[in-house]
Design a protein around this ligand. Structure first.
Ligand SMILES: Nc1ncnc2c1ncn2[C@@H]1O[C@H](COP(=O)(O)OP(=O)(O)OP(=O)(O)O)[C@@H](O)[C@H]1O
Length: 262
């Protein structure tokens, strides 16, 4: 694989006559940590689904981890990609145990069946759960966890196959302040780890961007408003254009804050 983890050229997605994404050109290089930010309905999840190979674009070309979509078997590619989203959480069977949910991440499948896992797999799953502060949840059923616990377990699962690309769709959505800060601290540690995969995180809020994230893509109505290094993209002018109202953005101690301009 070259240094490019993701490469989109002229990507468009149309559904039922609506343009969800328009002419997207975007490259993610190895070791970059990207955030995709934009208002409701902007196309963030659609763009992440294209990167996760779960949605094929209507036009343009997509390469993921050096493999061109349409010319490769996505079932071979998917275990190389860690992906968390509300859609993944919804598919988890009601009785699935936390440890099994993380183990099945090795094969990018949901629902423990008859696959064999060895002690190395089990050790890795336990270590990942421990690193995400979920060691005490190993024997619990996923359906009994709080929202914050679920988010952290799903990230452990996404990391299970030692992915080369980690895609996180709104990992902090629905968390209380403590849960959000706890998660952001863990994601920040991951972002700083040179052994961690390239990452793309979707959010609505600049306050939910973990320290250590290097690049940002701003999207509105399916089109890119700005993209590049996070310090160059997170300006009041760009955020104002992206969200369609006057915004002031500032950075304090490595974190970003935005509010309506008074
Ligand atoms: N099958 C479809 N037909 C028409 N429009 C669709 C279809 N699927 C999704 N959309 C629309 O595409 C747009 C982009 O959706 P997407 O979920 O990617 O946005 P988002 O930026 O992730 O939004 P949010 O922040 O609200 O989760 C939305 O306006 C959605 O209603």
């Amino acid at each position: 694989m070259t240094g490019e983890v993701l490469q989109l050229h002229g990507v468009g997605v149309r559904r039922d006559g609506a343009a969800l994404l328009r002419n997207i050109d975007w490259t993610v290089n190895e070791s970059e940590r990207w955030v995709i930010i934009g208002p409701n309905g902007a196309g963030k999840t659609t763009l992440l689904q294209v990167a996760a190979t779960t949605l094929h674009p209507s036009e343009g070309t997509v390469s993921v981890l050096g493999e061109r979509l349409g010319k490769t078997d996505v079932f071979d590619l998917r275990p190389r990609i860690g992906f968390t989203s509300a859609a993944v959480a919804e598919k988890v069977p009601a009785n699935e145990k936390v440890i099994d949910l993380v183990l099945t991440g090795s094969y990018a499948i949901i629902g423990r069946w008859k696959e064999e896992y060895d002690s190395t797999d089990l050790t890795r799953a336990v270590e990942l759960l421990d690193a995400l502060g979920c060691a005490s949840l190993i024997r619990r059923r996923f359906s009994t966890l709080s929202e914050g616990e679920r988010k952290r377990v799903l990230i452990a699962r996404a990391l299970m196959p030692d992915p080369e690309l980690l895609l996180l769709d709104e990992p902090a959505a629905g968390l209380d302040l403590g849960g959000r800060e706890n998660l952001l601290a863990r994601l920040s540690r991951l972002a700083d780890d040179p052994m961690a995969p390239s990452m793309v995180l979707v959010t609505h809020h600049v306050e939910e961007v973990p320290e250590g994230f290097t690049h940002a893509l701003l999207i509105r109505r399916g089109s890119v408003i700005a993209m590049g290094k996070v310090d160059e993209v997170f300006t009041s002018r760009h955020l104002t254009k992206c969200f369609g109202l006057p915004l002031t953005v500032e950075r304090q101690d490595g974190r970003w804050y935005a509010r309506a301009t008074r």
